[in-house]
Design a binder for this molecule. Structure first.
Ligand SMILES: Cc1cc2nc3c(=O)[nH]c(=O)nc-3n(C[C@H](O)[C@H](O)[C@H](O)COP(=O)(O)O)c2cc1C
Length: 603
């Protein structure tokens, strides 16, 4: 990673912080705000991480992926070029000229580099080896990122596992909670590949080897997050993108293999696969805390490192954060792969403020009745894409999907209640709004039809609010979006005193002015802030419960409680800690103004 630090420095993409910065909250707060700067800010190298006032030797590297420029540097080329190579691989052309045939053969020959090599020698990552009691997690600069987190977590660990029969290997990125010096929690969610491997070990009652690599080539991290099908080792993607084989070395205390250039490796076993520890809470990339839950854990048997290692970490929370930049290559590279199930898919976007899988906008070339439904169910049925909660489809005549305003207006012009699908299915483990974990409502919106007639008379926000207030006394503020479209969307901020559905029929008397109303809580929201409002809406709704399709369409994006029939714990927002900000201000490490804090709902 030192080489990447130098490279980012030359690119003007690095900021070194020489002041002492505490691993508890301070470091994460700085990186969190940096990632929200226009373009993603710079990569941060914390030269003096401290814990309880004591300086640790290993520097911490953060916001590594946090700009398009750095992400493309890590991938070694423009992401679209990699996507084009993937496209070529799955839909090969048939060259007819001799030159074309030779080029094709060379192309195929290059593919051999996808396969990792295994060295018999020790790797750079094993220059220092600490075993047993000597291998202490407290020697690593592991951050506590949010105030109400259950403890310190490794947030950029590459987790290596293999199937019980040894035939398949996996690399996944999962957060890892430090329980004590030798115990690490493994938050692989139930749908993930390592969790599937783990089930095999649990069933057989056999200890499971686990190795966690930290650092090395930053591309490993993206590979660890890539939603490749179970059984496909993510380092094949590394070789494909780098056009260079990953060079692996055997771990010292288990028979897994990790990249030899990693900065650290943590090796161990899940000794007792039927045992669990309560993991969490943890401030997650949804912008909410995930509540405590039982997860397996590993006993750390060895920690190895380079001579002069650097520790990599990230912080997740409300958007935009570093994973925005990590999600972009995933979206682009997986588009050609997804087209194999949905050939008429022109493009799609998974905006970071839709929390990626909570909102997908897809452009489709429709050819027959039911085509959109077919595509919708393809999305809801394939791998990690099946976690998509809200799927909107637009036709090939839609504007560029990056132009959100124009796309919203296009959708507003084509919205019709008979083109709304409410289904149910598997949900991401982090979803908090469905009545039960892992399963809930899905919303499909078909905007591929013809324009509809404008049914409502446009009035100003003020006028509309004055009409609503007598009917909905809890209303606080209103802002309309897509006001020129056939179906404007009114975001209504309320101080909730009763279930939102209770005022649905009262609003119908305003159908001359209202088409779509989305209710949001007054606390922690501002309907003027479209970016953060979309984030809140995509997180908080379960369409099967929260959508009322009447003379007007009402969507309830408020916090739910027993009165709404919601009996789970509703999580808190990941909010920055005021005392930490105050300390950082005093140290001269926080110069953001109130407008910035409000824009991204930091507090
Ligand atoms: C910053 C970040 C943190 C993540 N943390 C977790 C996590 O704690 N648990 C999890 O199951 N997935 C987590 N993920 C998502 C997985 O890395 C992703 O789903 C990956 O495809 C899993 O690999 P697998 O399918 O091989 O299991 C995280 C992703 C990112 C970008």
């Amino acid at each position: 990673m030192r080489a990447w630090i130098e490279r980012f420095e030359k690119m003007g993409e690095l900021k070194v912080i020489y002041e002492k910065v505490d691993l508890e909250l301070e470091m994460a707060h700085i990186a969190y705000a940096e990632a929200k700067k226009e373009g993603g800010g710079r990569a941060l190298l914390f030269a003096k991480p401290t814990r309880d006032g004591e300086v640790l030797q290993t520097p911490v590297f953060m916001n590594i992926y946090g700009s398009r420029k750095r992400t493309e540097a890590i991938f070694g080329r423009e992401i679209e070029q990699i996507a084009a190579r993937v496209q070529k691989l799955i839909a090969p052309d048939h060259p007819t000229t001799v030159g074309g045939k030779i080029a094709k053969l060379l192309d195929l020959w290059r593919l051999r580099k996808c396969f990792p090599t295994r060295s018999k020698k020790r790797g750079e990552c094993q220059a220092r080896i600490l075993l047993g009691k000597e291998a202490k997690l407290s020697d690593l600069p592991i951050l506590k990122t949010w105030k109400e987190d259950g403890g310190a977590f490794i947030t950029m660990g590459q987790v290596y596992t293999r199937s019980l029969d040894g035939k398949a290997r996996n690399l996944g990125m999962y957060r890892l909670q430090v329980f004590d010096d030798h115990t690490l929690g493994l938050h692989w969610q139930i749908h993930k590949d390592s969790s599937a491997f783990f089930c095999e070990y649990e069933k057989a009652g056999v200890p499971m080897p686990v190795s966690v690599a930290i650092g090395g080539d930053p591309l490993y991290v993206w590979c660890a997050t890539a939603p490749l099908p179970k059984g496909i080792f993510e380092l094949l993607a590394y070789g494909f993108i780098r056009e260079k084989r990953a060079k692996l070395v055997r771990c010292v205390t288990n028979d897994l293999f990790v990249p030899g250039d990693a900065d650290f490796t943590i090796e161990g076993f899940i000794d007792n696969p039927s045992a669990r520890l309560i993991e969490g809470p943890f401030g997650d990339h949804t912008g909410y805390y995930t509540p405590k839950e039982a997860y397996p854990f590993m006993r750390v048997g060895a920690i190895t490192s380079k001579r002069d290692p650097v520790f990599a970490a990230t912080v997740v929370g409300k958007p935009p954060i570093e994973d925005k930049y990590m999600g972009y290559p995933t979206e682009r590279i997986f588009l050609p792969l997804f087209r194999t199930s949905c050939p008429e898919l022109i493009d799609y976007k998974m905006p970071e403020n839709g929390v990626f899988h909570n909102l997908i906008i897809a452009k489709l070339r429709t050819r027959y009745d039911g085509h959109v439904l077919q595509a919708m169910h393809a999305f809801w049925g394939v791998g990690q894409m099946s976690f998509v909660k809200h799927a909107a489809f637009v036709g090939e005549d839609a504007p560029d999907l990056d132009d959100y305003e124009a796309t919203l207006e296009y959708c507003s012009d084509r919205f019709s209640t008979d083109r709304v699908v409410v289904a149910s299915g598997a949900l991401d483990a982090l979803d908090h709004s469905s009545p039960q974990p892992l399963f809930g409502g899905k919303l499909g919106l078909d905007f591929t039809g013809a324009k509809v007639k404008k049914k409502v008379s446009a009035v100003s926000d003020r006028e509309l609010f004055d009409k609503i207030k007598p009917l909905v006394p809890e209303a606080i503020k209103l802002k309309q979006y897509a006001i020129n479209g056939a179906n404007p969307i009114a975001l209504l901020q309320i101080r909730k005193v009763r279930p939102v559905k209770a005022f649905a029929s009262a609003l119908e008397s305003l159908k001359e002015y209202l088409s779509i109303v989305i209710a949001l809580d007054d606390r922690n929201n501002d309907v003027e802030n479209g970016y953060m409002s979309l984030w809140r809406i995509c997180n908080n709704i379960d369409a099967a419960r929260d959508l009322t399709l009447g003379a007007i369409v009402l969507l309830d994006a408020t916090t739910k409680d027993e009165a709404d029939g919601f009996n789970r714990e509703w999580p808190k927002d990941t909010d920055c800690d005021r005392d930490t900000i105050k300390r950082l201000r005093q140290k001269g490490l926080w110069d953001y103004d109130e407008a910035f804090e409000r824009k991204f709902q930091l507090l």
